[in-house]
Design a protein around this ligand. Sequence first.
Ligand code: ADP
Ligand code: MG
Length: 249
Amino acid sequence: MSTLQTTASLETVELSKSFGGVKAIDAATVSFLPGKINALIGPNGSGKTTFFNCVTGMIKPDSGSIRYSGKDITGRSPHRVTRSGIGRSFQLCRIFGRMTVLDNVLVAARTHGLRDALASPRNAGEIESARGWLARVGLDHLEGVEAGNLSYGQQKLLELAGVLMAEPDLIMLDEPAGGVNPALIGRIGTLVRELNAEGRTFLIVEHNMDMVMSLSDHVVVFDRGRPIAEGPPSVVQADPRVLEAYLGV
Ligand code: ADP
Ligand code: MG
């Protein structure tokens, strides 16, 4: 935990990405608060996941730029983005159901693809680290179980343990509470708070407004691929533009 910076700043300038005629991200200029828990909210189809995909190098933006911790990371490959200090989870959880819980965390730590990860011998340090993160998310007692047997909420926690193996300074979570039972939503929230207190910055896309409002320091609202409001949760919640975007009034 010694290498953590509190300068994990993320900003985009005029970022755009279209799919055919659809402007998924439309000249979005937005910045998030380093060291804080940031939320990105907005109606379905407003471009939140596409924004995550652009930042993490899964898709290349058509134009505009992405800066992280003072460096231009626009167009970097996902592996290089990971090495820059950004970790992410997926809206539809990415785990290997037929592999054990422990193996899932170990594979997540290897950035050179699944085949290499399975072929290369594990070292004791990695196993110790994987067990540490499993304990941290509360799954250490299940390390030998096939991951497909976990509840969906436990799978989300497992995915988070894998993300943490890379020691990210910025953690991007795409709908961490989606489909998760209330008890585990509580645990995910507590973990986010603890990890943030240790210096990790968060950017969370989430539809569960109780979670967003209770957890985040700063909220950015997307509509049609661009920010329409931002600020502390209480301010954003009362913003007429936000109500309009959600309710269409
Ligand atoms: P959100 O995560 O806010 O629900 P998305 O980023 O998933 O929004 O989608 C934004 C828009 O881009 C939607 O209109 C969606 O249909 C479109 N879109 C997203 N990904 C693709 C893709 N790979 N191909 C075509 N259209 C896409
Ligand atoms: Mg999405």
